[in-house]
Design a protein around this ligand. Sequence first.
Ligand code: TNX
Length: 513
Amino acid sequence: TALVCVPGAPATARPSAASPQVAAPRLVPEPSSVRTVPGVTFTLTRATRIVAGPGSGTAGPYLAGILRRSTGYRLPLVAGGGASRNVISLSLSGREKGEAYRLDVTRTAVRLEAGTAEGLFRGVQTLRQLLPPSVEAATVQRGPWTVPGVRVEDSPRFAWRGTMLDVARHFFTVRQVERYIDLAALYKINTLHLHLSDDQGWRIAINGWPRLATYGGSTEVGGGKSGYYTQADYTQIVRYAAARYITVMPEIDGPSHTNAALASYARLNCDDKAPPLYTGTDVGFSSWCIAKPVTYQLLDDVLGQLARLTPGPYLHVGGDEAHSTTAADYATYIGRIGPIVTGHGKKMVGWNEIGAGRLPAGSVAQYWNTATGSESGTQTAREAVAQGAKVVMSPANRAYLDMKYDENTRLGQDWAGLIEVRDAYDWDPATLVDGVTEKDVLGVEAPLWSETLVTDDDIDYMAFPRLPAIAEIGWSPQAARTWSDFRVRLAAQGPRWSALAVNYYRSPQVPWP
Ligand code: TNX
């Protein structure tokens, strides 16, 4: 983080007789460029207006919603024109593209501009973090609502900055998913991967195959009653995410992780016998019947319906841990499912094992192994790249939000190791796997598997602070980020999470205030 040397710095600056300094604002993810303007602050008042120009999408209403709750001010949203003092203005400009934005804070105004509404929305997240933490509260708080004078110019390193929710092992309601979406949006996450099916549960209603949801979705890890999304519920999640410029990617896992579906329809099984529902946490014991046409009729129906309900370009077909499918069957399966996905107008995404099969153009392999360099576990990632696929990095020993922080963590698993905040932060997606370089990497994703997670508090505890660490890896230039700086900026998020009632892990590695 750049520190700007200024004579006559404000009282909050670190004192130093020779060259007083103004501390840079503590933002996560770190922007490409932040220049502080010494001695300048903007103060939000009862009279401030939010000017949302044409094409600014949800950025204005989203910002107004947050600010009104905690400030109690009216903060009218106006389309433009009138005085330009005491305004927060959001406008489109030809200077930036995609998610890039520019934010200027002067004494009289906050001006945010971007080439797209999406860019404005990302910039709004930066503005939130420039305001005091209490701005995140759900009830009216005392100001003053000051914003330090800055000029931020920012754009993402990677196009894909994702997180995954496993709604199969434990089901999460639409409201729980929406809450997670809002927390992820604060860190400029733009992809929500929903793991909709697994051995323990099938979570999406499919026309023509009602028992997948009503029976296959009836229980979860540990037993008890569970649930599923109707197609209207799923559409609600997609819309909620879209209003935050987050793309939903649904996953139907296979050929393994399919027990819930196999239990729902006997005819999907090679021996025509339905196995019982499963509420344990083993992996790799189930398999689609690769030779049966009905397997592909089902997948065509499921993926076709999901393709119609999903505006985003990707369908995730799983492909992980197929320990009960022969290598030949696995290759057959990938060769069949690829054209089903592309036939419905989508691109195929799968866990890195899919590199062993034939991939349609435009496919994406999600790297989840713990292997690095050129260890044997990295082979399928290289095979995917050799076929022209891009890679999303989710190495389990770095990016898995369900791994324990240390041996005392009550929740989570430890098969991929313990992941303290520094472990989650200190790696570069472009140098992890030999032969998978910056140009092959689409981005990063932090999966939250839910074998041990039930409540919002459980989700929060595992995702915070590691989700913001992965989000920064995806957004910020590699050269602009160091652990010693990140831990200080991350510490400043603690009071924000408290204001948002987020049950975060108070890592001893982070100097929380
Ligand atoms: C491995 S990694 C899995 C999941 C488990 C997870 C638990 C991967 C693609 N599959 O089935 O939930 O470990 O950490």
